[in-house]
Design a protein around this ligand. Structure first.
Ligand SMILES: Cc1cc2nc3c(=O)[nH]c(=O)nc-3n(C[C@H](O)[C@H](O)[C@H](O)COP(=O)(O)O)c2cc1C
Length: 490
C-alpha cells in the first residue's frame, strides 16, 4: 500500500511539538500523530490510528493549527480513513527483536554516538520513548574546545534537512561524569543496550577508557576510529585510514575487556575492507558504519554577498544525502565472507522504517541514528518501530529473514546485464500534462518523449529505458513497466 500523494499535501505541516490539532480533534484521533506517521512513510500505521471518518466535523484541527487552515488535515484524514475501509486492511505485526554480538535488543534502533546521546537525562527520555539502546557520545581524555556555530545544512525546497554538516568533536563531560551517568543508566535500564563510544590518543588511554566503561556497565564498546573533526594527528578518522593503527588500538582494548568490541569506521576512504580486516585481527566482534563524510556545506549568499561572519571548516556530513554512501559501505562489508561472523551496525541518513529496511536487508543487524533525531526528536522511534513491525507482519517475514535478504542482489557493475530495455509506462488518467517528462527527456535524455496537447507519449524507437521520466514525474504517473525487452527485439 502506498499513498504518495499525501507527501505533497503534508509539506505545510510543521510537525509541531504538542500539536494543537491533536488537542482540538473532536474525535480524539490525534491528527498530529497521524500526520507524523504519514510524513515518516508509515502509511499503514497512520491509517490504523483512525477510528472515524471526520464526517460532520468542523475541522477545529485546521483552525487551531499554528498556521491556521494551511494543512488540509480533515481531507487527509478522511482519505486515509477511506483507504482503511475500502481496502479492509489487515494489520499484522511481527516482532523486532534482534541482537548485538549475541546480546538481545528489543528492536534494532539505537541512537548513534553524538549530541543526541550525551547525558543521563537525554538517554532516560530516549529509552522511555522506545529506543533499544544508544551509542554514548564518544568519551575521551581530550580537552574539548568546541566552535560556534558548529552546524550547517543544505535544505530541500520544503525546508527539511538534506545534508547536515557538523564540526563537533567529542563529549565535553569528564570521564568521571560520563562513567557515573553510564552506571546510573545501567542500573535503571538493565535491558537497554549501552554501547559506549571511546577514543584514546595512545594504547594506554584506549585501555583505560575501555576498562572504566566496562566496569560501569557497558554492554559493548564502540571504538571511534572515524570522527573527521579531531585536530590532533592520528586521532579520529585519521586512525580509520591507517589499518595498522586500527589493529593496534583494537587489540589494546580487546586485551583488557571481556565485553564485545565494535570498531566504528570512516567513510573517508575508497574501501572500508582493509580497516575492517584490521579491526577483526585486533579482536573486534563488529563494525559500525558510517561516521560522517568530510565536506563543506556553507557559503549562504546573503544579500548578494557571501556570509563570512564566522570561520568555515571542512566537517562531517550526515543526514539523508549520505544514505546511499552508507549503503554502499554496508554492502561492501556484508558481501565479504570475512565479515560474515561479525555484527554490522548500519547508520547514515536513516529517517524512516523504509530506510531501516534498506540497511537491514543489506545485512546490518542493528541501526543507529543521529541527524533525524536532531531534526525531529526521539519521537521518530514511534514510526520506525510501528512501520517496521507492520512491514514484517504484512510480508510475513521475520527480522532474521529480512537481515541480509538483499545482500547478494547488489551485483558488480562489471556483471550487470546490459542486453535488455525496461520501458516506462504512462498512466494518462493521473497525468496532469505538466510536461516535466518532456523537458527532462528532451534536454537530459534521448528525445523520446513527445508532448501533444499536453499529453505525453513515448517513442520507443528512441527510448533507451533510462527511467529519467519515471524519476522526474511529479505525480508518479510514469512508472516502470518492469518488463525486460531484449535489445535486439527493438
Ligand atoms: C552533531 C554530531 C555529532 C556527532 N558526534 C559523534 C561522536 O561523538 N562520535 C561518533 O562516533 N560519531 C559522531 N557523530 C556521527 C554519528 O554518530 C553518525 O555516525 C552520523 O551522523 C551518520 O548518521 P546520521 O545520518 O543518522 O546522523 C556525530 C554526528 C553529528 C551530526
Amino acid at each position: 500500500m502506498s499513498i504518495p500523494i499525501y507527501k505533497r499535501d503534508l509539506i505545510p505541516c510543521l510537525l509541531c511539538y504538542d500539536p494543537m490539532c491533536s488537542k482540538t480533534c473532536n474525535y480524539n484521533q490525534e491528527p498530529g500523530k497521524v500526520l507524523r506517521s504519514l510524513r515518516f512513510s508509515n502509511y499503514k500505521g497512520a491509517v490504523e490510528k483512525l477510528t472515524n471518518a471526520c464526517i460532520n466535523c468542523n475541522a477545529d484541527c485546521e483552525n487551531s493549527c499554528v498556521i491556521p487552515k494551511q494543512v488540509k488535515i480533515k481531507a487527509i484524514l478522511s482519505r486515509c480513513y477511506d483507504e482503511k475501509i475500502t481496502h479492509n486492511l489487515n494489520f499484522k505485526r511481527n516482532i523486532l527483536k534482534s541482537d548485538i554480538c549475541g546480546i538481545p535488543i528489543e528492536n534494532p534502533f539505537l541512537l548513534s554516538s553524538s549530541v543526541v546521546a550525551s547525558n543521563y537525562d537525554m538517554l532516560k527520555r530516549a529509552f522511555i520513548a522506545g529506543w533499544a539502546g544508544a551509542s554514548f557520545k564518544t568519551i575521551s581524555m581530550f580537552d574539548m574546545h568546541e566552535a560556534s556555530p558548529r552546524y550547517s545544512a543544505i535544505k530541500g525546497i520544503s525546508g527539511t534537512i538534506q545534508s547536515f554538516k557538523n564540526i563537533e568533536q567529542l563529549s565535553d563531560h569528564s570521564v568521571i561524569d560520563n562513567i557515573e551517568m553510564i552506571s546510573k543508566l545501567k542500573e535503571e535500564f538493565p535491558n537497554k543496550f549501552l554501547l559506549i563510544s571511546i577514543m584514546g590518543r595512545d594504547e594506554k588511554e584506549w585501555k583505560y577508557l575501555a576498562m572504566r566503561a566496562e566496569k560501569a556497565g557497558a554492554s559493548a564498546l564502540e571504538l571511534n576510529f572515524s570522527c573527521p573533526n579531531m585536530t590532533e594527528d592520528e586521532t579520529g578518522s585519521d586512525v580509520g585510514q591507517i589499518p595498522r593503527l586500527v589493529e593496534l588500538y583494537t587489540k589494546a582494548v580487546t586485551s583488557v575487556v571481556k565485553i564485545p568490541v565494535i570498531a566504528k569506521l570512516t567513510p573517508n576512504v575508497m574501501s572500508m575492507t582493509q580497516a575492517a580486516l584490521a579491526a577483526k585481527r585486533g579482536g573486534a566482534k563488529g563494525i559500525s558504519a558510517i561516521n560522517t563524510i568530510k565536506s563543506i556545506t556553507e557559503f549562504d549568499v546573503i544579500n548578494g554577498i557571501y556570509d563570512n561572519s564566522h570561520d568555515i571548516a571542512v566537517g562531517g556530513l550526515s543526514g539523508q544525502s549520505v544514505k546511499p554512501i552508507a549503503l554502499r559501505f554496508i554492502s561492501e562489508l556484508t558481501q565479504n565472507e570475512e565479515f560474515s561472523d561479525m555484527h554490522i551496525s548500519g547508520m547514515g541518513g536513516i529517517y524512516t522504517y523504509e530506510d531501516a529496511i534498506m540497511f537491514l536487508s543489506l545485512g546490518a543487524k542493528s541501526l543507529q541514528i543521529t541527524t533525524a533525531v536532531m531534526e525531529y526528536g526521539y519521537r521518530i522511534i514511534d514510526d520506525l518501530i510501528d512501520g517496521l513491525e507492520l512491514f514484517l507482519g504484512e510480508n510475513n517475514i521475520s527480522m532474521s529473514e529480512l537481515q541480509g535478504y538483499n545482500k547478494n542482489k547488489i551485483v558488480d557493475i562489471k556483471n550487470i546485464d546490459r542486453d535488455y530495455i525496461i520501458y516506462p509506462k504512462i498512466n494518462h488518467s493521473t497525468c496532469v500534462g505538466c510536461g516535466r517528462c518532456y523537458i527532462s527527456c528532451s534536454d537530459g535524455g534521448h528525445q523520446a518523449m513527445k508532448l501533444i496537447n499536453r499529453v505525453p507519449t513515448l517513442d520507443s524507437s528512441k527510448c533507451v529505458g533510462c527511467h529519467l521520466c519515471v524519476i522526474v514525474c511529479p505525480t508518479n504517473s510514469i512508472t516502470s513497466s518492469n518488463i525486460k525487452i531484449p535489445k535486439n527485439h527493438k
